[in-house]
Design a protein around this ligand. Structure first.
Ligand code: S3P
Length: 445
Protein backbone atom coordinates (compact mmCIF):
# COMPACT_ATOMS: atom_id res chain seq x y z
CA UNK A 1 0.00 0.00 0.00
CA UNK A 2 1.33 3.49 -0.76
CA UNK A 3 0.52 6.83 0.84
CA UNK A 4 -2.23 7.57 -1.65
CA UNK A 5 -4.31 4.55 -0.57
CA UNK A 6 -5.22 5.82 2.87
CA UNK A 7 -6.23 9.03 4.60
CA UNK A 8 -4.85 9.45 8.10
CA UNK A 9 -5.95 12.47 10.13
CA UNK A 10 -4.09 13.30 13.37
CA UNK A 11 -4.00 15.99 16.02
CA UNK A 12 -1.04 17.41 17.93
CA UNK A 13 -1.52 18.55 21.52
CA UNK A 14 0.34 20.80 23.91
CA UNK A 15 3.36 18.71 25.01
CA UNK A 16 5.82 18.64 27.90
CA UNK A 17 9.49 19.46 27.26
CA UNK A 18 10.97 17.57 24.29
CA UNK A 19 14.20 15.77 25.17
CA UNK A 20 16.48 13.10 23.70
CA UNK A 21 18.75 12.45 20.76
CA UNK A 22 17.60 11.43 17.27
CA UNK A 23 18.96 11.08 13.75
CA UNK A 24 16.42 12.24 11.20
CA UNK A 25 16.37 10.27 7.91
CA UNK A 26 18.87 10.67 5.09
CA UNK A 27 18.82 13.75 2.91
CA UNK A 28 16.22 13.50 0.17
CA UNK A 29 18.16 15.50 -2.44
CA UNK A 30 21.32 13.44 -1.94
CA UNK A 31 19.40 10.15 -1.89
CA UNK A 32 17.82 10.83 -5.31
CA UNK A 33 21.19 11.85 -6.75
CA UNK A 34 23.05 8.83 -5.33
CA UNK A 35 20.60 6.47 -7.06
CA UNK A 36 20.65 8.37 -10.36
CA UNK A 37 24.43 8.80 -10.54
CA UNK A 38 24.87 5.19 -9.41
CA UNK A 39 22.67 4.14 -12.33
CA UNK A 40 24.67 6.28 -14.79
CA UNK A 41 28.05 5.04 -13.50
CA UNK A 42 30.09 2.05 -14.52
CA UNK A 43 30.48 -0.48 -11.70
CA UNK A 44 28.98 -0.70 -8.24
CA UNK A 45 27.77 2.17 -6.06
CA UNK A 46 27.14 1.58 -2.38
CA UNK A 47 24.89 3.96 -0.53
CA UNK A 48 24.49 4.09 3.22
CA UNK A 49 21.86 6.12 5.04
CA UNK A 50 19.53 6.33 2.02
CA UNK A 51 16.17 7.95 2.73
CA UNK A 52 13.65 5.13 2.37
CA UNK A 53 10.74 7.51 1.75
CA UNK A 54 8.19 7.13 -1.06
CA UNK A 55 9.83 9.83 -3.22
CA UNK A 56 13.22 8.15 -3.24
CA UNK A 57 11.78 4.65 -3.61
CA UNK A 58 10.05 5.86 -6.77
CA UNK A 59 13.41 7.04 -8.13
CA UNK A 60 14.90 3.61 -7.28
CA UNK A 61 12.06 1.96 -9.24
CA UNK A 62 12.65 4.28 -12.20
CA UNK A 63 16.36 3.41 -12.22
CA UNK A 64 15.43 -0.29 -12.37
CA UNK A 65 13.00 0.35 -15.23
CA UNK A 66 15.84 2.09 -17.09
CA UNK A 67 18.12 -0.94 -16.77
CA UNK A 68 20.19 -0.44 -13.60
CA UNK A 69 20.31 -3.06 -10.88
CA UNK A 70 19.18 -1.53 -7.58
CA UNK A 71 19.06 -3.62 -4.40
CA UNK A 72 18.50 -3.02 -0.72
CA UNK A 73 21.41 -4.66 1.09
CA UNK A 74 20.57 -3.71 4.69
CA UNK A 75 18.88 -1.01 6.78
CA UNK A 76 19.13 2.15 4.67
CA UNK A 77 21.97 0.44 2.73
CA UNK A 78 21.56 0.12 -1.02
CA UNK A 79 23.72 -1.02 -3.93
CA UNK A 80 23.39 0.09 -7.55
CA UNK A 81 25.02 -1.49 -10.58
CA UNK A 82 25.03 1.16 -13.25
CA UNK A 83 24.64 1.09 -17.03
CA UNK A 84 27.09 3.91 -17.85
CA UNK A 85 26.41 7.43 -19.15
CA UNK A 86 23.81 7.36 -21.98
CA UNK A 87 23.31 3.65 -21.31
CA UNK A 88 19.69 3.65 -20.14
CA UNK A 89 17.48 0.96 -21.70
CA UNK A 90 14.03 1.64 -23.15
CA UNK A 91 11.60 1.28 -20.18
CA UNK A 92 8.66 -1.10 -20.67
CA UNK A 93 6.06 1.02 -18.89
CA UNK A 94 5.60 4.61 -17.66
CA UNK A 95 7.96 5.95 -14.99
CA UNK A 96 5.79 6.98 -12.02
CA UNK A 97 7.41 9.51 -9.69
CA UNK A 98 4.47 9.77 -7.30
CA UNK A 99 4.73 13.09 -5.43
CA UNK A 100 8.35 13.88 -6.31
CA UNK A 101 9.31 16.86 -8.46
CA UNK A 102 12.99 16.23 -7.81
CA UNK A 103 12.97 12.57 -8.88
CA UNK A 104 10.94 13.40 -11.99
CA UNK A 105 12.91 16.44 -13.16
CA UNK A 106 16.36 14.97 -12.52
CA UNK A 107 15.50 11.74 -14.32
CA UNK A 108 14.13 13.79 -17.25
CA UNK A 109 17.64 15.26 -17.54
CA UNK A 110 19.30 11.86 -17.42
CA UNK A 111 16.86 10.41 -20.01
CA UNK A 112 17.29 13.44 -22.31
CA UNK A 113 20.87 12.36 -23.00
CA UNK A 114 19.91 8.79 -24.02
CA UNK A 115 18.39 7.59 -27.32
CA UNK A 116 15.25 6.23 -25.62
CA UNK A 117 11.71 7.37 -25.09
CA UNK A 118 10.06 7.35 -21.66
CA UNK A 119 6.64 8.30 -20.32
CA UNK A 120 6.83 10.38 -17.12
CA UNK A 121 3.91 10.42 -14.71
CA UNK A 122 3.07 11.21 -11.10
CA UNK A 123 0.25 11.79 -8.63
CA UNK A 124 -2.32 14.61 -8.81
CA UNK A 125 0.06 17.05 -7.08
CA UNK A 126 2.96 16.32 -9.46
CA UNK A 127 0.61 16.39 -12.49
CA UNK A 128 -0.24 19.99 -11.60
CA UNK A 129 3.40 21.18 -11.39
CA UNK A 130 5.26 22.96 -14.23
CA UNK A 131 7.68 20.84 -16.25
CA UNK A 132 8.42 23.39 -19.03
CA UNK A 133 11.22 24.89 -16.88
CA UNK A 134 13.14 21.62 -17.35
CA UNK A 135 11.85 20.66 -20.81
CA UNK A 136 12.93 23.99 -22.37
CA UNK A 137 16.68 23.49 -21.85
CA UNK A 138 16.43 19.75 -22.54
CA UNK A 139 14.82 20.51 -25.93
CA UNK A 140 17.70 22.90 -26.68
CA UNK A 141 19.99 19.93 -26.06
CA UNK A 142 18.11 17.82 -28.61
CA UNK A 143 15.43 16.01 -26.57
CA UNK A 144 11.84 16.10 -27.84
CA UNK A 145 8.58 16.13 -25.96
CA UNK A 146 6.19 13.73 -27.63
CA UNK A 147 2.71 14.28 -29.05
CA UNK A 148 0.27 16.77 -27.64
CA UNK A 149 2.02 17.29 -24.32
CA UNK A 150 3.58 20.65 -25.18
CA UNK A 151 1.95 22.31 -22.18
CA UNK A 152 4.55 20.67 -20.03
CA UNK A 153 2.35 18.88 -17.50
CA UNK A 154 2.54 15.18 -16.70
CA UNK A 155 1.92 12.65 -18.06
CA UNK A 156 4.29 13.31 -20.96
CA UNK A 157 6.64 11.40 -23.23
CA UNK A 158 10.26 12.47 -23.43
CA UNK A 159 12.32 11.32 -26.40
CA UNK A 160 15.98 11.54 -25.52
CA UNK A 161 18.57 12.88 -27.96
CA UNK A 162 20.70 10.46 -29.98
CA UNK A 163 23.41 13.15 -30.23
CA UNK A 164 22.85 15.58 -27.34
CA UNK A 165 24.26 19.08 -27.80
CA UNK A 166 26.12 20.91 -25.02
CA UNK A 167 24.58 24.29 -24.14
CA UNK A 168 25.27 27.36 -22.05
CA UNK A 169 22.11 27.85 -20.02
CA UNK A 170 21.06 30.65 -17.67
CA UNK A 171 18.40 29.28 -15.33
CA UNK A 172 15.34 31.58 -15.23
CA UNK A 173 14.80 30.85 -11.51
CA UNK A 174 17.21 29.65 -8.82
CA UNK A 175 16.41 25.95 -9.07
CA UNK A 176 18.70 23.02 -8.35
CA UNK A 177 16.26 20.81 -10.22
CA UNK A 178 16.66 22.77 -13.48
CA UNK A 179 20.44 23.00 -13.04
CA UNK A 180 20.72 19.31 -12.28
CA UNK A 181 18.57 18.24 -15.22
CA UNK A 182 20.80 20.19 -17.63
CA UNK A 183 24.00 18.81 -16.08
CA UNK A 184 22.72 15.22 -16.16
CA UNK A 185 21.82 15.59 -19.86
CA UNK A 186 25.22 17.26 -20.41
CA UNK A 187 26.99 14.12 -19.17
CA UNK A 188 26.20 12.51 -22.52
CA UNK A 189 26.98 15.55 -24.71
CA UNK A 190 30.38 16.22 -26.28
CA UNK A 191 32.22 19.32 -25.00
CA UNK A 192 31.32 21.51 -22.05
CA UNK A 193 27.78 22.08 -20.77
CA UNK A 194 27.48 25.26 -18.69
CA UNK A 195 24.77 26.35 -16.29
CA UNK A 196 24.71 29.91 -14.98
CA UNK A 197 22.56 30.75 -12.00
CA UNK A 198 21.98 34.25 -10.74
CA UNK A 199 21.54 32.92 -7.22
CA UNK A 200 23.30 29.76 -6.15
CA UNK A 201 21.00 26.80 -5.51
CA UNK A 202 21.95 23.62 -3.62
CA UNK A 203 25.10 22.12 -5.18
CA UNK A 204 24.71 18.42 -4.35
CA UNK A 205 24.71 17.40 -8.01
CA UNK A 206 28.03 19.17 -8.63
CA UNK A 207 29.64 17.71 -5.49
CA UNK A 208 28.44 14.21 -6.24
CA UNK A 209 29.38 14.33 -9.94
CA UNK A 210 32.92 15.19 -8.82
CA UNK A 211 32.81 12.33 -6.31
CA UNK A 212 31.91 9.95 -9.18
CA UNK A 213 34.86 11.21 -11.25
CA UNK A 214 33.33 13.84 -13.56
CA UNK A 215 35.23 16.98 -14.48
CA UNK A 216 33.15 19.86 -13.18
CA UNK A 217 34.18 23.40 -12.28
CA UNK A 218 32.04 25.82 -10.30
CA UNK A 219 32.99 29.50 -10.10
CA UNK A 220 31.35 32.59 -8.63
CA UNK A 221 29.07 34.57 -10.94
CA UNK A 222 28.06 38.06 -9.78
CA UNK A 223 27.24 38.60 -6.10
CA UNK A 224 25.17 35.51 -5.29
CA UNK A 225 25.45 33.35 -8.42
CA UNK A 226 27.47 30.46 -9.82
CA UNK A 227 28.73 29.31 -13.23
CA UNK A 228 29.05 25.54 -13.45
CA UNK A 229 30.91 23.91 -16.32
CA UNK A 230 30.73 20.14 -16.86
CA UNK A 231 32.90 18.27 -19.35
CA UNK A 232 30.63 15.84 -21.17
CA UNK A 233 30.98 12.29 -22.46
CA UNK A 234 32.25 11.61 -19.00
CA UNK A 235 32.77 8.16 -17.58
CA UNK A 236 31.36 7.99 -14.08
CA UNK A 237 32.83 5.38 -11.74
CA UNK A 238 30.67 3.72 -9.09
CA UNK A 239 31.38 5.20 -5.66
CA UNK A 240 30.50 4.96 -1.98
CA UNK A 241 28.00 7.56 -0.81
CA UNK A 242 27.21 8.28 2.85
CA UNK A 243 23.94 10.19 3.03
CA UNK A 244 23.89 12.73 5.89
CA UNK A 245 20.69 13.48 7.84
CA UNK A 246 18.34 15.83 5.99
CA UNK A 247 18.39 19.42 7.30
CA UNK A 248 14.94 19.97 5.75
CA UNK A 249 13.58 17.11 7.92
CA UNK A 250 15.62 18.22 10.95
CA UNK A 251 13.80 21.55 10.63
CA UNK A 252 10.65 20.02 12.19
CA UNK A 253 12.12 18.72 15.49
CA UNK A 254 14.29 21.87 15.62
CA UNK A 255 11.34 24.25 15.51
CA UNK A 256 9.35 21.97 17.84
CA UNK A 257 12.17 22.10 20.43
CA UNK A 258 12.42 25.89 20.11
CA UNK A 259 8.71 26.49 20.80
CA UNK A 260 7.93 23.79 23.40
CA UNK A 261 8.95 25.13 26.80
CA UNK A 262 11.91 23.48 28.54
CA UNK A 263 12.96 21.41 25.49
CA UNK A 264 16.58 20.35 24.94
CA UNK A 265 17.29 17.93 22.07
CA UNK A 266 20.25 16.62 20.08
CA UNK A 267 20.20 15.86 16.35
CA UNK A 268 23.08 13.87 14.90
CA UNK A 269 24.78 13.99 11.48
CA UNK A 270 22.72 16.91 10.15
CA UNK A 271 24.01 18.10 6.79
CA UNK A 272 25.33 21.66 7.09
CA UNK A 273 26.05 22.50 3.44
CA UNK A 274 25.73 26.33 3.49
CA UNK A 275 23.40 26.19 0.49
CA UNK A 276 20.87 24.38 2.72
CA UNK A 277 21.16 26.11 6.07
CA UNK A 278 19.28 29.39 5.55
CA UNK A 279 16.72 28.28 8.16
CA UNK A 280 19.39 27.83 10.83
CA UNK A 281 20.77 31.32 10.08
CA UNK A 282 17.28 32.82 10.28
CA UNK A 283 16.31 31.02 13.49
CA UNK A 284 19.56 32.15 15.13
CA UNK A 285 18.76 35.74 14.11
CA UNK A 286 15.39 35.24 15.82
CA UNK A 287 17.18 34.29 19.05
CA UNK A 288 17.19 30.49 18.74
CA UNK A 289 19.68 28.44 20.70
CA UNK A 290 21.13 26.06 18.08
CA UNK A 291 24.65 24.87 18.88
CA UNK A 292 26.72 23.02 16.33
CA UNK A 293 29.45 20.51 17.26
CA UNK A 294 31.27 17.39 16.01
CA UNK A 295 31.54 18.76 12.49
CA UNK A 296 32.77 16.30 9.85
CA UNK A 297 32.28 15.67 6.17
CA UNK A 298 31.87 13.01 3.55
CA UNK A 299 32.15 13.34 -0.24
CA UNK A 300 32.15 17.12 0.06
CA UNK A 301 29.02 17.31 2.22
CA UNK A 302 29.62 18.69 5.74
CA UNK A 303 27.56 17.49 8.70
CA UNK A 304 27.37 18.25 12.42
CA UNK A 305 25.53 17.46 15.63
CA UNK A 306 23.01 20.11 16.64
CA UNK A 307 21.80 20.87 20.16
CA UNK A 308 18.56 22.82 20.21
CA UNK A 309 17.04 24.37 23.32
CA UNK A 310 13.69 26.12 23.79
CA UNK A 311 14.16 29.83 23.11
CA UNK A 312 12.29 33.11 23.18
CA UNK A 313 12.03 34.14 19.54
CA UNK A 314 11.61 37.58 17.98
CA UNK A 315 10.39 38.52 14.51
CA UNK A 316 12.97 39.25 11.79
CA UNK A 317 13.13 40.17 8.13
CA UNK A 318 14.31 37.34 5.85
CA UNK A 319 15.96 38.69 2.66
CA UNK A 320 14.90 37.29 -0.74
CA UNK A 321 18.42 36.14 -1.64
CA UNK A 322 18.29 33.66 1.23
CA UNK A 323 15.32 31.83 -0.30
CA UNK A 324 17.26 29.20 -2.31
CA UNK A 325 19.08 28.02 0.83
CA UNK A 326 15.83 27.46 2.75
CA UNK A 327 13.21 27.06 0.04
CA UNK A 328 11.57 24.02 1.69
CA UNK A 329 11.66 25.50 5.19
CA UNK A 330 9.35 28.53 4.99
CA UNK A 331 6.33 26.57 6.21
CA UNK A 332 7.99 25.58 9.45
CA UNK A 333 9.68 28.98 9.76
CA UNK A 334 6.19 30.50 9.62
CA UNK A 335 5.29 28.26 12.57
CA UNK A 336 8.32 29.52 14.53
CA UNK A 337 7.39 33.10 13.53
CA UNK A 338 3.88 32.61 14.94
CA UNK A 339 5.36 31.89 18.38
CA UNK A 340 7.83 34.81 18.15
CA UNK A 341 7.24 38.34 19.44
CA UNK A 342 6.76 40.77 16.55
CA UNK A 343 6.45 40.55 12.78
CA UNK A 344 8.52 38.20 10.60
CA UNK A 345 8.70 39.34 6.99
CA UNK A 346 9.75 36.67 4.48
CA UNK A 347 10.56 38.16 1.10
CA UNK A 348 10.73 36.74 -2.42
CA UNK A 349 8.69 33.53 -2.03
CA UNK A 350 7.32 33.21 -5.58
CA UNK A 351 8.74 29.68 -6.00
CA UNK A 352 6.65 28.45 -3.06
CA UNK A 353 3.59 28.65 -5.32
CA UNK A 354 4.83 25.72 -7.47
CA UNK A 355 5.95 23.22 -4.85
CA UNK A 356 4.04 20.07 -3.80
CA UNK A 357 1.17 22.54 -3.21
CA UNK A 358 0.84 26.32 -3.41
CA UNK A 359 2.80 26.69 -0.19
CA UNK A 360 2.38 30.44 0.03
CA UNK A 361 -1.41 30.14 0.20
CA UNK A 362 -1.28 26.95 2.27
CA UNK A 363 1.02 28.51 4.90
CA UNK A 364 -1.25 31.52 5.26
CA UNK A 365 -4.30 29.23 5.60
CA UNK A 366 -2.53 27.02 8.17
CA UNK A 367 -1.76 30.03 10.36
CA UNK A 368 -5.14 31.75 9.89
CA UNK A 369 -7.22 28.73 10.95
CA UNK A 370 -5.13 28.61 14.11
CA UNK A 371 -5.70 32.25 15.02
CA UNK A 372 -2.41 33.77 13.76
CA UNK A 373 -2.48 37.07 11.86
CA UNK A 374 -0.80 36.64 8.49
CA UNK A 375 -0.69 38.51 5.19
CA UNK A 376 0.53 37.72 1.68
CA UNK A 377 1.78 40.86 -0.04
CA UNK A 378 2.96 40.15 -3.60
CA UNK A 379 5.55 37.40 -3.12
CA UNK A 380 6.14 38.22 0.55
CA UNK A 381 4.69 36.57 3.62
CA UNK A 382 4.22 38.57 6.80
CA UNK A 383 3.48 36.75 10.06
CA UNK A 384 2.47 38.76 13.15
CA UNK A 385 3.91 36.83 16.08
CA UNK A 386 2.21 37.29 19.45
CA UNK A 387 4.37 34.91 21.52
CA UNK A 388 1.64 32.24 21.57
CA UNK A 389 -0.75 30.56 19.13
CA UNK A 390 -4.46 29.94 19.93
CA UNK A 391 -4.60 26.76 17.76
CA UNK A 392 -7.82 24.73 17.50
CA UNK A 393 -7.78 24.67 13.68
CA UNK A 394 -8.08 21.90 11.12
CA UNK A 395 -5.29 22.19 8.52
CA UNK A 396 -5.72 20.98 4.93
CA UNK A 397 -2.52 19.22 3.80
CA UNK A 398 -3.10 19.42 -0.01
CA UNK A 399 -0.99 16.24 -0.62
CA UNK A 400 1.98 18.10 0.88
CA UNK A 401 4.17 16.37 3.49
CA UNK A 402 5.68 19.59 4.79
CA UNK A 403 2.28 21.18 5.50
CA UNK A 404 1.30 18.15 7.57
CA UNK A 405 4.55 18.17 9.60
CA UNK A 406 4.54 21.95 10.11
CA UNK A 407 0.95 21.95 11.38
CA UNK A 408 1.67 19.09 13.78
CA UNK A 409 4.73 20.95 15.12
CA UNK A 410 2.52 24.00 15.68
CA UNK A 411 0.04 21.95 17.72
CA UNK A 412 2.74 20.82 20.18
CA UNK A 413 2.93 24.33 21.65
CA UNK A 414 -0.40 25.99 20.79
CA UNK A 415 -3.10 26.73 23.38
CA UNK A 416 -5.53 24.24 21.80
CA UNK A 417 -4.72 21.14 19.67
CA UNK A 418 -4.06 21.48 15.92
CA UNK A 419 -5.52 18.84 13.62
CA UNK A 420 -4.36 17.87 10.11
CA UNK A 421 -6.73 16.21 7.67
CA UNK A 422 -4.14 13.74 6.33
CA UNK A 423 -0.69 12.66 7.50
CA UNK A 424 -0.25 10.01 4.79
CA UNK A 425 2.04 12.16 2.61
CA UNK A 426 4.60 12.45 5.40
CA UNK A 427 5.82 9.07 4.11
CA UNK A 428 7.24 10.78 1.02
CA UNK A 429 10.14 12.34 2.97
CA UNK A 430 10.06 11.39 6.69
CA UNK A 431 8.35 8.02 7.18
CA UNK A 432 9.22 7.86 10.91
CA UNK A 433 8.23 11.42 11.73
CA UNK A 434 5.40 10.53 14.12
CA UNK A 435 7.21 7.81 16.17
CA UNK A 436 10.43 9.86 16.22
CA UNK A 437 8.64 12.97 17.49
CA UNK A 438 6.79 10.81 20.04
CA UNK A 439 10.15 9.45 21.24
CA UNK A 440 11.14 13.06 22.03
CA UNK A 441 7.90 13.58 24.01
CA UNK A 442 5.51 14.93 21.38
CA UNK A 443 1.83 14.22 22.01
CA UNK A 444 -0.32 13.19 19.06
CA UNK A 445 -3.78 11.66 19.23
C1 S3P B 1 15.53 20.06 -4.70
C2 S3P B 1 15.46 21.36 -5.10
C3 S3P B 1 14.43 22.32 -4.66
C4 S3P B 1 13.62 21.79 -3.47
C5 S3P B 1 13.30 20.34 -3.60
C6 S3P B 1 14.57 19.51 -3.73
C7 S3P B 1 16.61 19.21 -5.22
O1 S3P B 1 13.56 22.56 -5.73
O2 S3P B 1 12.44 22.53 -3.29
O3 S3P B 1 12.58 19.88 -2.47
O4 S3P B 1 16.88 18.14 -4.64
O5 S3P B 1 17.23 19.59 -6.23
P1 S3P B 1 13.95 23.67 -6.84
O6 S3P B 1 15.29 23.35 -7.29
O7 S3P B 1 12.96 23.55 -7.97
O8 S3P B 1 13.82 24.97 -6.11
Amino acid sequence: MTYSDRVAPLQACSSGALTGKVRVPGDKSISHRALILGALAVGRTEISGLLEGEDVLNTAKAMRSLGATVERTGDFAWAVKGVGVAGFAQPRGPLDFGNSGTGCRLVMGAVAGCPISAVFDGDASLRSRPMRRVLDPLELMGAKVGGSEQGGRLPLTLNGARDPVPIIYRTPVASAQIKSAVLLAGLAAPGVTTVIEQEASRDHTELMLRHFGAEIVSTKEGVHGRRIALTGQAELQGAHVVVPADPSSAAFPIVAALIVEGSDILLSDVMTNPLRTGLFTTLREMGASIEQSEARGDAGEPMAQLRVRASKLRGVEVPPERAPSMIDEYLVLAVAASFAEGATVMRGLKELRVKESDRLAATADMLRVNGVKVEISGDDLIVEGKGHVPGGGLVATHMDHRIAMSALVMGLASDRPVKVDDTAFIATSFPDFIPMMRSLGAEFS
